[in-house]
Ligand binder design. Sequence first.
Ligand SMILES: Cc1cc2nc3c(=O)[nH]c(=O)nc-3n(C[C@H](O)[C@H](O)[C@H](O)COP(=O)(O)OP(=O)(O)OC[C@H]3O[C@@H](n4cnc5c(N)ncnc54)[C@H](O)[C@@H]3O)c2cc1C
Length: 486
Amino acid sequence: MSGERTGVRVAVVGGGLAGLAAGFRLREELRAAGQAHELIIYEQAERCGGATRTERIDGFSLDRGPNGWLSSEPLTARLIGELGITDRLVRSDDSAARRFIYTRGKLYELPTSPGKFLLNGLLRPWEKVRVLGELATPRRKDDADESIYDFGCRRLGRGFAETMLDPMVSGIFAGDVRSLSLPATFPKMRSMELESGGLFKALIKKARAKKRAGGKEDDGGPAGPSGVLTTLQGGVGTLPDTLAGALAEHTQTARPVSGLTREGGGFDLWFDGAKERFDAVVLAPPADQAAAIVGDFAPEASAALAGIEFADVAVVCHAYTPDALTARINGFGHLIPRRDGIRALGCLWTSCIFPEQVPGGELLLRTILGGAHDPEVLKMSDEELLATVLESTAATLGIRRPPVQTWVFRHPHGIAQYNLGHRERVAALDRLCADVPGLAFVGASYRGVSLNRCVRDAYCIAPGVLRGFGIDVADIPDGAAEPSGS
Ligand SMILES: Cc1cc2nc3c(=O)[nH]c(=O)nc-3n(C[C@H](O)[C@H](O)[C@H](O)COP(=O)(O)OP(=O)(O)OC[C@H]3O[C@@H](n4cnc5c(N)ncnc54)[C@H](O)[C@@H]3O)c2cc1C
């Protein structure tokens, strides 16, 4: 331990959004309780933010990873309020409510009402009949894990699973619909089945309750999304940048933590041979890196962490002159089912969603490649990635001219995959944290990949950590953010 001990010592390992939000929350509560403390956030990179970062180049705001969050999570709104940047919030254009799927050589808008579903050509007539058969599908009562694909086939039919669930899963997890666990990724869907007997029955029940209450609020379909896609002026990176600014005196960058051990009542964090002693430690790196940190101290939890897989993802931003399209596009973007044989997972129509992110009315697109189906993607050169993107853009949007500017962002181990067995892996961590007061894990690897869920996680662990110092803060009730809701 270095220097004089000043009150309690708390470390957060990892300065991505989850670690920063946890550090901020803990500091605010420690200050409010008048508890002398030393808080240090250790980040291995030169700057904080992790995957949540915006490049501002030539008047473009280019989100490297996430591009926003849904306005439905009160804790994200609270964090933004506490940071004093509510006036910098930017709501997506209304057209972003329109989402598309490209399949069988055509773009189809996702239906948003039963009438539109019946008229829409996305599913074939017999597939629609099968979807409506969900009303008569019996509920499965046991608690066995089930893939999203199996759940979809069982309740809504194969056509729905392949045409709608598969691309939806690509859009959120860049994942494999046959490997991801439904209860871990979309617990709301599972509880709709358990509590109401089915998805449609739950929706009907909810619509009736809403009508009785006279409510109008948009709260999404069976799996969300609910709320409005939101960012900040300057892009989504403004959030971690503001947090990092607020926590500057507590942050040490270019400081990778290599291990954690426990001796007496405290924790030792290891850095290349040196160690620092703390009373509480919050681990916020992705699970594979957290596995290495706790390997000596908690082998069982380390094995559970190492069992959480990740998908590599590449994001290619490509900008065109405004007249590049023959027909105007207006919406959030399109996703592509894997069976359609196009390598790109989908494309966000960024300049439609957030028109202020381009300097002069350009058409800015963000194509996502890689994921669980395409583990080789990051072996491709920038030129190969771009060529693949242009091929996909020509097929899906009919754009045949070259972009005026392009940017490639790579995310090795970018998105955690909540594959079958994920709940048991997280349960192993929960057992460890219950046995070891003062230890917590936060971040996108565990209870939700979305920014909202990272913030919720960060707020939820704070009361437990603080109770170890005799500071009583009310627990945050389980609530808004879905694991997948982004
Ligand atoms: C391409 C892409 C698009 C996405 N789109 C969306 C979206 O639109 N909306 C949404 O809500 N979510 C989206 N997500 C998910 C979102 O990015 C994550 O929820 C979020 O970034 C996770 O934050 P985190 O803090 O858990 O992890 P990270 O951002 O990965 O941060 C972890 C931090 O820990 C640090 N670290 C690791 N090991 C150590 C160590 N040993 N010592 C010290 N520091 C360490 C890392 O350097 C990093 O800074 C997207 C993700 C990707 C990859």
